[in-house]
Ligand binder design. Structure first.
Ligand code: THG
Length: 363
């Protein structure tokens, strides 16, 4: 495949110098920003993530900042998740929906203050929707993209590495909570979260200028912990069932289809509530799907799931799992065929395979 044509439209990140020095091999574009891959081999990288600690340039998880007297009112209109249950130091995985209950994004919401939030968005232009709602209603709120870039620190040795740079206070941060801790005179939001199931943190770098100093500090502190530059691992995140917007879910899907029904609990009249409730009994839903046989090719299009010559779903993320020694995948499967144990045919670009719907992901 060709490489990315240099342009200012596809944005660099505050960590691009570090990533390039570490040897970026391939990359994707996410929120009009480079999402670099830094592995020598996907399989080797996967084992390293599960044993050691990695630093990830996930600056492309851009923030939509919402601040002002009406910030909470705006968030209440946007969130199917009950924000009364959100502590002042908490992050919420939040299905973002349109008027029909269709998913526009699946961000992590960070509550900085009652009147100040970051919506840490997946790959869609959710800022336009948030701005539209605020403007249409004339709310007293500012909506913008701040100079804030998440840096992931993921893997079982994350606590040890982070404690060396930020002190032992990081060890007390609970899952999806954050603390503000100083680095070079700047307070940074550090949350225990991240796009892997191996444990770890996300540091929200506020001010691109300290991106590389922090990058360098983490690598200097972690030599003997075998720290490495890394990136989200498809193998690991599919095993763990972490969804990817644009791949596994899109605007045609509801949070119920996405398996995110437990995050639909706001008592308020948020935008799309009626449309969403009318679709509360999904006709299809996200399922773990095992694909039998040898390692599959890289998935570059949705793979139809077939039963008796009829399409009953599709797989949108899939990879060989070295630990489970099978092909793991995320499918959207029709109700008629979503029961665990159901055997299906799957149409990869390299031919047909046998597949089985599973009860749980591979964790
Ligand atoms: N971190 C931050 N922003 C992000 C992502 C992230 N924005 C884009 C993208 N990732 C959003 N998608 C997800 C998907 C899954 C999770 C987080 C963001 C996730 N889910 C956990 C799970 O499903 O097990 C926990 C959910 C919960 O209990 O609240 O972590 O990774 N900053």
């Amino acid at each position: 495949m060709a490489s990315i044509f240099p342009s200012t439209r596809v944005r660099r990140t505050p960590f691009s110098d570090g990533v390039n020095a570490a040897g970026m091999t391939v990359c994707s574009v996410y929120n009009r920003m480079i999402l670099p891959s830094v592995f020598a081999s996907e399989e080797e990288d996967y084992h390293h993530l599960k044993r050691h600690v990695q630093v990830w340039d996930v600056a492309c998880e851009r923030q939509v900042a919402v601040q002002g007297p009406d910030a909470r009112a705006l968030m209440d209109l946007l969130s199917p998740r009950d924000l009364d249950r959100m502590a002042d130091d908490q992050c919420f995985y939040m299905p973002a929906i349109d008027r029909n209950g269709g998913m526009l994004n699946d961000p992590v919401l960070v509550k900085l203050a009652e009147d100040h939030y970051w919506i840490s968005v997946a790959d869609s232009d959710y800022i336009l929707y948030v701005t539209g709602v605020a403007d249409a209603l004339g709310l007293d709120v500012r909506v913008w993209e701040p100079d804030v870039s998440p840096l992931g620190v993921q893997g079982p040795k994350s606590d040890d590495l982070m404690a060396r740079v930020f002190g032992d206070a990081v060890r007390d941060i609970r899952f999806f909570r954050y603390k503000r801790l100083p680095f070079q005179g700047r307070d940074l939001v550090i949350a225990r979260s991240g796009y892997s199931k191996q444990g770890g943190f996300e540091i929200y770098i506020e001010g691109s200028d300290i991106g590389m100093p922090l990058w360098d500090a983490l690598f200097a502190a972690g030599q003997d912990l075998n720290v490495r530059a890394g990136c989200p691992s498809t193998k690991e995140r599919v095993e763990g069932g972490l969804l990817s917007y644009g791949n596994d879910i899109r605007q045609e899907n509801t949070p119920f289809e996405a398996g995110l029904g437990k995050f639909v609990n706001s008592p308020r009249d948020y935008i799309g509530k009626a449309g969403l409730m009318a679709r509360a009994e999904p006709e299809r839903q996200i399922r773990p799907v095992e694909i039998h046989g040898d390692p599959i090719p890289a998935i570059d299009r949705a793979w139809p799931l077939m039963a008796g010559g009829r399409k009953v779903g599709q797989v949108t993320s899939a990879s060989w799992s070295p630990d489970f020694k099978t092909n793991v995948s995320i499918g959207m499967v029709d109700r008629s065929h979503w029961a665990p144990g159901t055997t299906l045919e799957i149409e990869t670009q390299d031919g047909m395979r046998r597949a089985t719907v599973r009860e749980t992901f591979w964790t």
